[in-house]
Design a binder for this molecule. Structure first.
Ligand code: TYD
Ligand code: MG
Length: 461
């Protein structure tokens, strides 16, 4: 490629093209191509080669490949170890993605501070920040922990300097905050652009594999997608952990969405406190208010996130619409699915919701995608509409179909077991769930077939 040549990159998937395209042929997204200047044969390429000292590798017969179980490093944090599949694998590249302000820097610094190793075998972490000065990191670290630590910090944005420093200091863990702020001078485009992000990530990957050092990189997700999001990075890295949650709420979910060394259905819940993130070992207990005074418009859903059962509070408020078009709002839940559930209630159960404002909220600032919450949402709406209190010792786990039928959901046994563990007396599920799934539980299981029988059960006729 000639010096200073323009190349077009898809900002969604990183696909490359010699000219601008309206629609990306790889990922199908529209209007995502951005122009970038790329210089491959620049002055630094030779030094770059020397850094990585590329060797030719010989093909090996598969049966001759010796297999050693990957070495895992426990991070001293049970939840993190669990979602990583038992600890951080040596030489792995881990991406922590999330929206700004969600707590990525806090989490990674906390990991660095907590992992100290022993006196004769210290565990050194190199924390590279392209966003904050060493003073700012120190201020944050003081809030997080006041114990001794082996965390080295540098404020640096040039990739080549970072890798050289890491080669010299040989840390046991390298943390890059964030991939969008660092740049390689072999590429002309500005930091955060698709080609820079790709180049930096693959250089860090080579470093991780060569020195067998785990590398954690932080990546921002922007809503408008104007800078290269971690989507492109997902292909390069070994593990992708996504940080989710309302940044205003206190609960954060860390979810494993790709893991070459473990399961991807793991998730961990954290609470953001004044002293950093705290593990929430039993999320259900935190998310269900233990208030005695029952209120209308509240129902508890036994939901599943990944493979982890949760009980969460669903709140609804139905009031007479003040304007011509009724307002609908859903916080922590898909707005379109709420509209669908309202349409089902309107059509199948004859509720005149078209003249009502409906507001729905998932308590604790969580986002739910499990359709097993449908029944609790429908119940909360009905409860608010008729101002009838749902007893606080009853929970719900079923999907609502378009014809008003109550459909079964996956892993009902685990939901029932979780509800029972938390002291619920009754759980409402679909009548299509097989009885064998719950016959050895002491909790009373109520099965309903459709919205009409749900109403009958809730409001006694
Ligand atoms: P941060 O980790 O900087 O987010 P990110 O790196 O993902 O952009 O911090 C997120 C928020 O957390 C920030 O608004 C301040 C808050 N916070 C606390 O509430 N307690 C704390 O101990 C710390 C360090 C931050
Ligand atoms: Mg940050």
């Amino acid at each position: 490629m000639a010096k200073g040549k323009s190349v077009w990159f898809c900002s969604s998937c990183g696909s490359e093209s010699a000219k601008w395209l309206g629609r990306c042929p790889d990922c199908g997204e529209w209007n995502t191509f951005v122009e970038e200047k790329v210089t491959k044969e620049s002055k630094n390429t030779s030094t770059n080669r020397a850094i990585f000292d590329i060797k030719l590798s010989k093909p090996q017969l598969l049966k001759e490949v010796t297999f050693v179980r990957e070495n895992r490093i426990s991070m001293g944090n049970r939840e993190i170890d669990r979602i990583l599949g038992g600890g951080l694998v040596e030489g792995s590249l881990v991406l922590i993605g999330g929206e700004p302000g969600i707590g990525k820097s806090t989490l990674s610094l906390q990991l660095a501070l907590n992992k100290r190793g022993s006196a004769d075998n210290p565990f050194n972490t190199l924390y590279v920040s392209g966003e904050e000065s060493c003073k700012q990191i120190k201020m944050r670290a003081q809030r997080l922990s006041n114990e001794e630590n082996n965390c080295y910090v540098i404020s640096e944005t040039l990739l080549e300097n970072i890798i050289n420093t890491a080669r010299e200091t040989k840390p046991d863990l390298l943390i890059i905050d964030s991939i969008q702020t660092i740049y390689s001078d072999t590429i002309e485009s500005s930091s955060g652009s698709v080609s820079q992000v790709k180049e930096c990530a693959s250089s860090l990957l080579r470093f991780a594999k060569e020195f067998n050092t785990p590398v954690i990189i932080i990546g921002h997700i922007t809503k408008d997608g104007s800078i290269a999001g971690p989507k492109i990075l997902e292909h390069i890295v070994d593990v992708v952990l996504q940080f989710e949650g309302e940044s205003r709420g206190v609960y954060r979910i860390l979810r494993s969405i790709k893991n070459r060394f473990g399961s991807t259905s793991e998730l961990a819940v954290f609470e953001m406190t004044g002293n950093g993130l705290r593990e929430v070992l039993n999320p259900s207990e935190m998310l269900i208010p233990m208030h005695d005074a029952s209120l209308s418009g509240v129902a508890i859903a036994a939901m599943l996130d990944g493979t982890r059962p949760f009980l969460i509070e669903i709140q609804a408020l139905v009031s007479t619409a003040a304007y011509g078009t009724p307002q609908r709002s859903a916080t922590g839940f898909d707005y379109r699915r709420l509209n669908m559930l309202l349409a089902v209630l309107e059509k199948r159960a004859g509720f005149k919701l078209a003249s009502k404002d409906v507001f729905m909220n998932v308590a604790g600032g969580l986002k739910v995608t499990d359709t097993g919450c449908d029944l609790a949402i429908v119940t909360a709406i009905l409860s608010s509409n008729f101002d009838i209190i749902i007893p606080s010792n009853i929970c719900f786990a079923a999907e609502v179909g378009l014809s008003g039928e109550i459909r079964p959901v996956a892993q009902i046994e685990r939901r029932i077991a979780e509800a029972e563990k938390l002291g619920f007396k009754r759980i409402v599920i679909s009548s299509f769930n097989k009885e064998s799934a719950f016959d050895n539980h002491s909790i009373e299981v109520i099965q309903v077939a459709d919205i009409a029988s749900l109403c009958k059960m809730l409001f006694k006729g």
